[in-house]
Write a protein that binds this ligand. Structure first.
Ligand code: F6R
Length: 241
């Protein structure tokens, strides 16, 4: 793991955008897109580079990490809507180049298999953006997820529902279930970019980077990957040895 400690959250966003820009300028690329607060600065930076620096996503495809079960794509908090509003509609992805899981699928198992097939057909993910939960989740692989897991339905922990309540009217409105790429799926991406900012993520980052590889901290599974860049600001790095 390459650990890069940067002074501020803006530096994390710029450094992440540099890595994504380098990949996208290399040629047709498959981008793994996280949602939540963490990557928003990176997306803002990429939008700015698209507008002023000619950075084009016309040859890129995007794959979302996860989706809430029971929210239609049109719901403002579905990750389909969030990624469109926060990033993809503001750059030049081709129509239908951004893929997500269908949270309304009647057969979640079939939906998960469809999604795995779609990622494989695209040639796999070149660069995967990841945030981390305060409980160490990546994607929505909560503690005790299998380190080799594939895309599937998962139950969110109370902690994650509380953490995400800020996007909804209350914690009770946060869906209980999600469809998420598995840890095994995520680890097939060729380059993982794990981003974290702020004190609230410091413990999870320390466990992920310096703790044992163990299902209690799902992000620790990333230690098994040959190409991971961990970009953290000083607060998120504050519990590292
Ligand atoms: C979102 C995702 C989650 C978030 C994590 C951190 O697609 O997969 O793992 O990255 O919950 O969320 P924020 O960035 O809102 O702190």
């Amino acid at each position: 793991m390459e650990i890069i400690i940067l002074p501020t959250a803006d530096d994390v966003a710029r450094t992440a955008a540099d890595a994504i820009e380098e990949q996208v300028r290399r040629g047709p690329s498959v981008l793994g897109l996280a949602t939540g607060s963490t990557p928003l600065g990176t997306y803002q930076e990429l939008i700015a580079r698209h507008r002023t620096g000619g950075l084009s996503f016309a040859q890129a495809q995007g794959f979302l990490l996860d989706e809430y079960v029971g929210l239609p794509a049109a719901h403002p908090q579905s990750y389909h809507s969030v990624i469109r509003d926060e990033f993809t509609a503001s750059v030049d992805f081709a129509p239908d180049a951004v893929h997500g899981l269908d949270g309304m699928a009647e057969d979640p198992e079939a939906e998960a298999a469809r999604y795995e097939g779609l990622i494989a057909a695209a040639g796999g993910v070149d660069i995967q953006i990841l945030g981390i939960g305060t409980d160490g989740h990546v994607g929505f692989n909560e503690p005790m997820s299998s380190l080799g897991s594939r895309t599937r339905i998962k139950t969110l922990t109370r902690q994650t529902r509380q953490d995400n309540a800020r996007f909804f009217d209350s914690a009770d409105d946060v869906p209980d279930h999600v469809l998420t790429q598995g840890l095994g799926t995520i680890r097939e991406a060729r380059h993982l970019l794990l981003l974290a900012m702020g004190e609230a993520k410091a413990e999870a980052i320390a466990a992920a980077v310096e703790g044992p590889v163990a299902a209690i901290c799902p992000a620790s599974a990333l230690q098994l990957h040959p190409h991971v860049s961990v970009l953290v600001d000083e607060s998120a790095a504050s519990r590292l040895a």
